[in-house]
Unconditional design. Structure first.
Length: 375
């Protein structure tokens, strides 16, 4: 079934350090049954590991499903035998009409292990990268679920000698019925952050808050996380792009637009979910998917430039659409501008109804930073 899939691959090589790979694996035949699509992805993944990604290990996987309630258990059964990394599973239907797609992040020269409480450690040199995936609970509202998620996560980090404010650099919140439940996520996050020295006077955390469902309908919010132990404050730079974007606290939310992490041999740039917004916090071009896409690109490009990066440094693109009817237009626009970037298009309404599209990405650029340990 390898001819039933497509692998889009970004590879960052160094002569004497960690090689990084980002792969988007897509099924190309939507007429296959769900088990057949899972099998096709598995075969493609095995082929990737035997050839282009030989010698690497997965550090994070995210599966995008069209119907988690009927698909997640089967996928977990198939994954249990060989997943040694943080495993994120979210209902965000691929817009190409298939039932499943996979984003996988891989590295060489690292040691991995599961930690108590559900985090996964990826270790190399002076750094421990701590990944978490699909954290959830059954509290009564999205606000209380978010509070518990973040408080429990802060405790897990403390057990590893880390702090939420000092070491967590990326979060994702997947929200069932985002138009209704996102306000609770915002309040829960704001309240917890205020207790963790994460304020407008300090900093927040790069994040995506987007529609996404768990297989369990009682779960209103799931959370994925990424923290780095061993990173120093002077290695981290927060990105603002004030000509194009405003601080998020001005409209009541608490996340950073982007974060650059400098290592001795490279720079990672993590860009939050970014939409068509101006520096007054207003939705730009309501109802116009083409203009919103162009403004979104301009915003992301400005954030990347603040980290001395361009779209040429971007390792993957995740694109969220509110309306499936916009997929054909948006896909063509992306194919023209980013023909070789690993990209996935998902049906996932953004946190504000006026935003028709949002994207997030990660960039990797080779740099030399004397005084910092290599990745």
């Amino acid at each position: 079934m390898i001819n039933k899939t497509k692998i889009e691959l970004f590879k960052f090589n160094t002569t004497d350090g960690v090689t990084e790979l980002h792969a988007m694996i897509h099924v190309t035949d939507p007429t296959l049954s769900y088990p057949e699509q899972v099998e096709a992805l598995s075969i493609a993944y095995d082929d990737l590991m035997q050839h282009d990604a030989k010698g690497s290990v997965a550090v994070f996987k995210r599966y995008f499903l069209s119907d988690a309630a009927n698909q997640a258990d089967y996928l977990m059964t198939q994954e249990m035998e060989h997943t040694g990394c943080a495993l994120s599973i979210v209902e965000q239907p691929p817009l190409d009409g298939t039932k499943i797609a996979l984003w996988v992040y891989l590295m060489t020269e690292v040691q991995t292990r599961a930690l108590p409480g559900g985090l996964y450690e990826v270790k190399h040199g002076a750094y421990r990268h701590l990944w978490g995936a699909t954290a959830m609970n059954h509290a009564s509202t999205s606000e209380y679920q978010t509070r518990l998620l973040l408080n429990d996560y802060a405790l897990l980090l403390n057990e590893q000698g880390c702090r939420l404010a000092d070491h967590c650099v990326r979060t994702w919140f997947f929200v069932q019925n985002v138009d209704v439940n996102y306000a609770g996520v915002v309040k829960g996050r704001n309240d917890v952050f205020a207790t963790q020295e994460l304020t407008e006077k300090t900093h927040f955390i790069t994040s995506t808050g987007i529609a996404g469902r768990h297989a369990d309908t009682k779960v209103l919010v799931t959370m994925d996380t990424y923290a780095i132990d061993g990173v120093k404050p002077e290695q981290i730079k927060f990105l603002y792009a004030p000509t194009h974007l405003n601080p998020t606290y001005e409209y009541g939310v608490s996340f950073e637009r982007g974060t650059a992490i400098n290592y001795g041999d490279r720079r990672h740039v993590l860009i939050s979910g970014t939409a068509s917004i101006n520096n007054r916090g207003e939705v730009m071009y309501p109802g116009d998917i083409r203009c919103q896409t162009l403004r979104m690109w301009e915003n992301v490009e400005t954030l990347l430039a603040e980290a001395e990066c361009t779209f040429n440094d971007v390792a993957h693109l995740i694109v969220y659409l509110r309306d499936a009817a916009d997929y054909t237009v948006v896909r063509r626009m992306f194919e023209e501008r980013f023909p070789t970037h690993p990209t996935i298009f998902l049906l996932a309404p953004v946190c504000r109804p006026g935003w028709l599209i949002e994207m997030e990405c990660m960039a990797v650029k080779q740099v030399v930073n004397e005084g910092f340990e290599k990745l």
